[in-house]
Design a binder for this molecule. Structure first.
Ligand code: ATP
Length: 503
């Protein structure tokens, strides 16, 4: 909901996670900077992905291709002709909308009606309430679901063609049925290309038009044969990479959910034609397991299989996550056939084929891709972690329950008081632990306030040095989520922390 989302945004700023870019100049829309804690969290997410995808897979290797690519790349990939968003302007409010996003917002409104019906029935039937059964039999709810399905099908059909008149008609109908924008006066729907252009070269005559890459995938396709040969890779094998991508998003909103400069984590898996459905299922399951391994709640994820497929795909699904503004795409898993390699063969005139020794034949591999936005994953993790807890003494505490493996700071070392030699001992512990973990030293304010600060910052452990420490070489270790404290030996700290934060 709106309130929760506002809290997420202000917490991200207050605790040094995400700042608006160029804030002193009033910012740049849909561009953000990661601050001291945000950069750590982002790096930890990237590493967690890289470990699962590259390190744990003998047959997947990682590369780091350039942002700039030969301009023909984007002709071959279809981005020059078809990487468009359908835009519609409201003549009254002068506001511009992405037509497909607007239609999804109407659907979300209908979904909210379903939620209301469910909540009402739950109240009425109490313990006897069976949600599944209710959803599939209640005529009103079934009607809402059918309506959503119909809207999405109609939108899909129309967006797949040149004729966008029905998209406009659909928006007009929906605005009457469930008002959202408050105005009914729309322009035609127009397609708008999302790529940023720039130039390479000093002199005007020799300058060459370039694009900033709108996805990282093409850097992998054009390197396919180089990697396969030099790495002596045998199909099936994958190439992974993480890196920046740029899109001139028109409806830039929802904080770091939709940015103009963002980072993707992609893996293209090269397979034998005909095996794509097996691999599609494999990667669907694997990627969902990866998400669930972070312990952010199975209820917060769902698959959304695409009915309308992009021209290059023969199967596609999204992993959607429950953001504060509802379920939205977090990751895409696409079966891209041999479309990309074939296109690059055609445009470059170079063969991009694989010789299969077992079959004694060459073929153009098919590709199965997993593609997730790092920033979107950051938002999923961060928004899910932020909670306000009522404590027994009627106070509340703000705590950022980040998965320990992703938390920017793993432990804070706190001397109980700033005298009697306690800071020196705390510093010693800090200096030992910093070899293995990102740790904090904090001696300012009462220890209770320091605990709260670390809770809000997502630090899984606080380690407090007190007078007993001087006698028996033990410290108090406090767990962020349970607030439980126990007494442990200084020499055991490393293992205790490692057990929680290692995967
Ligand atoms: P959307 O429909 O939300 O615009 P998309 O289907 O165009 O996304 P893909 O091209 O499949 O997205 O990109 C793969 C992933 O990259 C997405 O699942 C998302 O996590 C991320 N992503 C795409 N566009 C953006 C953006 N503008 N800002 C942040 N992340 C993005």
């Amino acid at each position: 909901n709106d309130d929760q989302f506002k809290k997420v945004i202000s917490h991200a700023k207050e605790y040094g996670y995400v700042f608006q870019s160029s804030e002193i100049y009033d910012g740049l829309s849909a561009v953000y900077d990661y601050a001291q804690n945000g950069a750590e969290l982002k790096k930890n997410i990237r590493d967690y992905w890289w470990k699962a995808m590259v390190q744990m897979h003998e047959n997947i290797v990682g590369i780091d291709a350039s942002i700039f690519m030969h301009p023909t790349t984007w002709k071959a990939s279809g981005h020059v002709d078809a990487f468009n968003d359908p835009l519609i302007d409201n003549k009254d409010s002068k506001k511009r909308y992405r037509a497909d996003v607007l239609i999804e917002d109407y659907c979300a409104k209908i979904e909210a009606k379903i939620d209301k019906e469910v909540a009402k029935a739950e109240k009425r039937f109490g313990d006897a309430f069976n949600k599944e059964e209710f959803i599939s039999t209640n005529p009103r709810v079934v009607g809402y679901y059918e309506k959503i399905q119909e809207i999405l099908t109609r939108m899909g059909k129309s967006l797949g063609t040149e004729d966008l008149a029905d998209v406009k008609a659909l928006i007009e109908e929906l605005e009457i049925a469930c008002p959202l924008t408050g105005s009914r006066n729309w322009t035609e729907v127009k397609q708008f290309n999302l790529m940023f252009g720039t130039k390479i070269g000093a002199s005007a005559e020799h300058a060459m038009d370039l694009y900033l890459r709108p996805e990282t995938a093409q850097g992998i396709f054009v390197n396919f044969l180089n990697v396969q040969k030099t790495g002596r890779m045998k199909i099936p094998f994958g190439i992974a990479q993480t890196g920046k991508a740029f899109r001139n998003e028109i409806v830039a909103r929802q904080f770091i959910f939709r940015m103009r400069e963002f980072e993707q984590m992609e893996m293209q898996f090269f397979i034998k034609p005909g095996t794509q459905m097996e691999w599609f299922e494999y990667w669907k399951e694997y990627r969902m397991k990866w998400h669930l391994s972070l312990g952010m709640g199975a209820d917060n994820y769902r698959f959304h299989d695409h009915e309308k497929l992009a021209h290059y795909a023969d199967a596609a699904t999204d992993i959607e996550f429950k953001f504060p503004f509802g379920f939205k795409e977090l990751e895409g898993i696409h079966s891209r056939t041999d479309f990309d390699l074939k296109q690059h063969e055609e445009f470059s005139g170079k063969k991009l084929q694989y010789f299969d020794h077992e079959d004694n034949a060459s073929y153009t591999p098919y590709v199965l891709e997993t593609s997730i936005g790092l920033d979107r994953m950051f938002l999923a993790v961060f928004s899910n972690a932020l909670v306000e807890e009522e404590l027994e003494n009627n106070t509340t505490r703000t705590v950022l329950k980040l998965p320990a493996v992703l938390a920017p700071v793993k432990a804070a070392i706190l001397p109980l008081v700033k005298k009697d030699g306690l800071p020196e001992v705390a510093r010693q512990i800090f200096d030992e632990l910093k070899w293995d973990f990102n740790v904090d030293y904090d001696e300012k304010d009462a220890v209770g306030r320091r605990y709260r600060r670390q809770d809000a910052n997502g630090t899984p452990f606080c380690i407090t040095v007190d007078h007993d420490t001087l006698e028996d070489q033990t410290v108090t270790i406090r767990h962020r989520d349970t607030m439980e404290q126990s007494r442990v030996k200084i020499t055991d700290l490393r293992d205790i922390i490692k057990k929680e934060v290692d995967v």
